[in-house]
Structure formats: structure tokens, C-alpha cells
Design a protein around this ligand. Structure first.
Ligand SMILES: [Zn+2]
Length: 423
């Protein structure tokens, strides 16, 4: 079916960092954006059928890209993701749907569960269910440590260069788009020491080399400065968390020079600290509180030094629920980023860390039509990005993937499995 969908009377926030364009129009044909800009410069074609969608007074922006989530977690207060395989598969699918319904059209999963996320992705790709576009790392590759017992289906233990190579190859065999490496200890492992380096430089290099053979990237979980330094020098593409990065001005400089991304994941810490629930184990609260200031400081310094920043909420961690990921953008602003810069970190820059920037991340001609429409300007208050009442509609591949349950749309533009934004 060849028809045009034209989004009219919108204010366009295109995700590139450009000033919003008022009185804009966006035109979509077969899932691709063929026009985005001032309405008066739009030349309609008279040869094809047109579906006009009037969004007077509303804002259209690229779907958010969350570069760090765990679909296998739903914000369980005790961080116990574990359940039987059937329930886990449904949990992963449900979380992919919740993200999409909330305007997060792409998520990068950095630690799945028993390869079930690949089955979920195949099902979404076949069109059986709606869900966010998924970039998957498969398992979290780690040295021998107790995290593997706590998150049994998520970890792949590998010690030494040869095992790291094999572990990376396994993930790629399962369909991984990138490799996730646990370079330091973790907060959400009871006896984990976030500052402690786990992998040696040669092991990290082996992962980067192995990934590069298959044109894949490496995302390094790293809190401590020694681990961050080793990972950056080994050529990883992103530092996840980067809590103690502020302790190494030389590392900040190197990241800026190399273009190594920082994914700060502030929301994970804030949700535990502000959560006020007795269900969160004491050790999680006690480990989270003292280091939140470090995370904030590291983001501020990295941003000032020109390190590229990408939004990652770490959704799945205690009380950090899928669909509220947009709040990470707000926390990034609170840590010192300008509202537009924080938004770009969640759109075009986030697409860049994925390597999907030629297709995604902005509302521009020739990109895939993944975007959403919201009732109020998110740049005036970034918390609006996570306010379901304000989400009008979410489009994936140019099809209506989610909308307010009270709104009605022409059948031709509906996704087969159209969701409610209140999901
Ligand atoms: Zn994580």
C-alpha cells in the first residue's frame, strides 16, 4: 500500500540539537521520513493517497533510545530477576512493550537472560508482538565472582584471554549485536566492590579484538578508575556507569579524544535512594548512597570536557521500571547538562553509540520513522518525557505503535499490535 502520512501543525524537535521548528510538517512513506521541516516548504504530491494527522499545539520528537537496560528485570526491589523460563520470556516481552508504549522506540539490552531475549526479538521482528527495536548484548561476560550466582542466567564467566574470546564468540553466535564486559565489580552484587578491577588489560583487549572481527562493539561495565582507564585504552566503545571517572582527568581527556561514550545510568542510583521502600535490601541502599555524588560529578566533568554522553537508565534495577526511562534525561540535566544536550544524548548521540545513526536517532529525511508526539514541550521540563498522560502517540516504522486509548486513527496506519500509552 503506497500512501503518505503527513503530520501537520507540529513543533518539531528533530533530535539533532537544532532549535525546535514551529509550524512544521513531517511526511512518511513506507516507514521512512521523506520530509521534516517547515510546513510551508513541504510540497505535497498529488499522485498518491494522503493521510493527514493534525497535531496542532503538540511536539513531535524522535523516539528515545535507551542505551542501557535489562529487559530481564522489572525493577524487583531485591534485584532478584530469576524466574522460570516461560515467565522470563514473557517478562522480557512485556518490558519491550512497556518501553515502546512510553516512547522509547529503541533499547540496548546489556545483560539478557539465558538467550531468551533473542527469541523475544525474533517474535517482535516477525510482527507477532509490538516492542521496541532491540539491540542485544546477550550475556554479561564476567570473571569468576559471585554476581554469576545472583544473576545466574545473565552471566557468562570467562577467565583469561582464551575464555574471553570464546565467551564473546558465543554471544555473537547467539545473535548479539555487541559485547558487554564486566570490567569492574558491581553495586548490585552484595559482595561486589565497584572500585575493584576485574578483567586484566589483555582480557579486555581480547574482547575488543574478537568483537571487531565481526564488526561489533564492546560496552564496558566499569565503576573504578583503574578499570575505566584499562577499558578506554583497550578501545571499548562505551563506559557504562563510569562512577569514579572523576578521579582520572587523564582518562576523561582520553575518552574525549577517542570519542569513547559515557553512559552514566544515574536513575538506577536515584531510584534506590529516593525509593523509600523497606523491600530494598539494606546492602543495596547502603552501597548506592555514598557513590551517587561520584556518578553525578563524573558526568558533569566528562560533559564539560566534551566526552560524548549517551542516555542509559539501567531500567530493570531496583524500582527502576521500564517505561519510566525518560526520567534519566531529567537526571542528566540535573547533573549539569543543558536540556537540549540531554535530549540529544537520548536521540542522535544515542543512535551513534549503537552505530545505528544512519537510520535512527533524528527526525530527518531518509531516516526510519520512529518518533512520538507529546502534548507539552519536554524541553521546558524533562520529567514530561516520562509522563504517560502527555504522550499522544508513538510511531515505529511509521506505524502507530501506541496511542491514548481514547484517540482513534485511520486503520491503515495502525500497527498490528497497537498498544495503549498507559501500558
Ligand atoms: Zn546494567
Amino acid at each position: 500500500m503506497n500512501f503518505l502520512t503527513v503530520f501537520r501543525n507540529i513543533t518539531l524537535i528533530d533530535g539533532t540539537g537544532r532549535e525546535p521548528i514551529i509550524n512544521a510538517a513531517v511526511a512518511v512513506r513506507e516507514g521512512k521520513i521523506i520530509y521534516a521541516g517547515k510546513a510551508r516548504h513541504w510540497q505535497p504530491s498529488y499522485e498518491e493517497d494522503v493521510i493527514n494527522l493534525d497535531y496542532a499545539g503538540k511536539y513531535l520528537l524522535p523516539g528515545l533510545i535507551d542505551t542501557h537496560v535489562h529487559l530481564s528485570g522489572s525493577g524487583e526491589p531485591d534485584s532478584q530477576f530469576k524466574t522460570d523460563a516461560g515467565s522470563m520470556t514473557l517478562k522480557i516481552l512485556n518490558n519491550a512493550r512497556r518501553n515502546l508504549a512510553a516512547g522509547i522506540t529503541t533499547v540496548r539490552d546489556l545483560g539478557g537472560w539465558n538467550e531468551l531475549e533473542f527469541a523475544v526479538r525474533r517474535s517482535i521482528q516477525r510482527g507477532e508482538f509490538s516492542g521496541s527495536r532491540l539491540m542485544l548484548a546477550g550475556r554479561f561476560i564476567s570473571i569468576t565472582e559471585s554476581g554469576a550466582d545472583h544473576y545466574e542466567g545473565m552471566y557468562r564467566i570467562a577467565d583469561g584471554v582464551e575464555e574471553v574470546r570464546k565467551a564473546a564468540r558465543e554471544q555473537i553466535k547467539h545473535g548479539a549485536d555487541l559485547i558487554k564486559l564486566g570490567v569492574t565489580g558491581a553495586v548490585l552484587v552484595e559482595d561486589g566492590v565497584p572500585g575493584a578491577t576485574h578483567f586484566n588489560a589483555d582480557e579486555i583487549r581480547a574482547a575488543v579484538e574478537e568483537a571487531a572481527k565481526f564488526n561489533k562493539r564492546v560496552a564496558a561495565h566499569a565503576h573504578g578508575i583503574d578499570g575505566i582507564r584499562k577499558a578506554v585504552r583497550a578501545g571499548v566503545h562505551s563506559i557504562e556507569h563510569g562512577t569514579f571517572l572523576h578521579q582520572g582527568p587523564d582518562v576523561i581527556e582520553e575518552m574525549s579524544k577517542r570519542g569513547t561514550f559515557l553512559v552514566p545510568t544515574l536513575k538506577a542510583g536515584w531510584d534506590v535512594i529516593n525509593g523509600d521502600t523497606p523491600q530494598v535490601p539494606r546492602w543495596i541502599v547502603e552501597k548506592s548512597i555514598p557513590i551517587q555524588g561520584d556518578s553525578v560529578k563524573s558526568l558533569r566533568l566528562a560533559n564539560e570536557a566534551g566526552v560524548p554522553i549517551a542516555m542509559g537508565s539501567d531500567a530493570g534495577t531496583p524500582l527502576n521500571r521500564h517505561g519510566e526511562n525518560g526520567l534519566e534525561v531529567y537526571w542528566m540535566q540535573q547533573a549539569g547538562m543543558k536540556p537540549m544536550d540531554a535530549l540529544v544524548s537520548s536521540t542522535s548521540l544515542a543512535a551513534k553509540v549503537l552505530g545505528w545513526d544512519s537510520q535512527l536517532g533524528s527526525v530527518e529525511e531518509n531516516k526510519i520513522a520512529d518518533f512520538w508526539v507529546v502534548d507539552e514541550n519536554p524541553l521546558d521540563d524533562l520529567r514530561r518525557l516520562a509522563d504517560k498522560k502527555l504522550i499522544r502517540a508513538v510511531f515505529l516504522d511509521g506505524k502507530l505503535a501506541a496511542c491514548q486509548p481514547t484517540d482513534s486513527y485511520p486503520k491503515a496506519i495502525l500497527a498490528k499490535d497497537c498498544l495503549s500509552v498507559m501500558n
